[in-house]
Design a binder for this molecule. Sequence first.
Ligand code: GLC
Length: 495
Amino acid sequence: MYQIYPRAFADTDGDGVGDLRGVTASLDHLAGPPDSLGVDAIWLSPFYPHGGVDGGYDVTDFTAVAPEFGSLTDIDRLLAASHERGVRVLLDLVTGHTSDRHPWFAAARASRANASRDWYLWADPRPGTAPPTNWVAAFGGSAWTLDEGSGQFFHHSFYPEQPDLNWRNAAVREEMANAMRFWLDRGVDGFRVDAIEFLIKDRRLRDNPPAGPPLPPWSPEPGGLRRRWTRNQPGVAGVLRHLRRVTDEYPDRVLVGELYASARQVAAALGGGRADGLHLALDHQLAKSAWDAKAFRRAIAAAERHLAPPLSPTWAFSNHDLSRHATRWGVERARLAALILLTLRGTVCLYQGEEIGMTDLVPAPGPGPDGARRDRAGRDPARGPFDWDEAARQRSDHESLLAFYRGLIELRRRAPAVRHGTLSLLRGLPPGVLGYERRFEDEKLTVLANMSHRRTVVRLPSGHANTQLMATDVDQVHPTGGTVELDADHGVVIG
Ligand code: GLC
């Protein structure tokens, strides 16, 4: 799967903002011709009309296209062109909140008596004018904003301009189901479901407790509080089952959720053994990890434990919210990162530009070309314009990073062991080396990744075949006589 952030992907009308026609015009880069990347699906970040506050994640209309991105006709064309190449198209379903400029919120805000008041989360101040709870928003500050007109606070998990929807309200569930059907009827293949951890908040509005001992790296808790009553509440599973039921009204569609959580919580979002929740859930534990073989090993082991078949993990190293991994871990590690990512068990999601080694960019000062505000949470560096000149250069260079990604994707396609085999972590490797075996029926492949700073010799398990299938650097790695020598930041797939 390949994530497209449309604003920064391809601009066909020269207004400085990417558009849907740009995506359609760029499909050759993604799939089709032999020198394309070869992805199976794309996920489009939001292109809906929006309030200009959260990069499109502050939606004012769930069933329309913002004029700067194009029109519904452009979506239909993109769907047809993608399907012609066998590429599935997933949209971003922003379920947790709307923009404060959405007509639903305008109506809810207008008066306490309004029928749709309960579509959002309102609460009276604590004695005086204090917010109803101590809850903190993901981007800082109180998660409550006072609505002067009614004297009540409304809740927002993110920016104050993004009031949270009340998923306990049946009308909200039905409206969102209708928005889904609107797109599914048009032929969309599924959704990436935004920020599912925050869909339900404690009904009793209990204060979050202070954060205790060190928390896992993938859930930095804001304001020194543990999000005990605001994150991954039991009711989330019911909402996901509802979304799944709507999706299942259509054949062969998929729901991929976004969450930053432990493998155990990811399994819960998939509906556990009942598998009646999301089909897939993006696992950000590696994305949030340091470049460290032990840490990678731990995250992969957790996925094997909690997401054993029929469940499976969905891995990504980068997205529009995180600093790009070529910046976080270093450009010199981009090849080894790709080798690891694309040989893991499960589904892989790439973020536009990682295949050509894009790093974070320093955004120019002032408002964006579309007048949209700069991201207050500081995520613009990962949202720089796709470098098409670099992509064109790499396309014709068979030693480029792009060619390496293409080769790895091709290996996934061709080798059942990588596509759907089991994964067993190898033990007893030299420090700093990550290794695992992928196996399907008689086919067995071994992945070795030297994540350390030193050249290292790895002894292969006895009786191991040693055909080199992929290597980060063809000149350096030669499996001979049961050993493989790996330079720092190099790795190999052998079979
Ligand atoms: C998700 C999106 C992020 C957005 C947030 C609020 O985490 O990926 O970009 O800011 O939801 O909608």
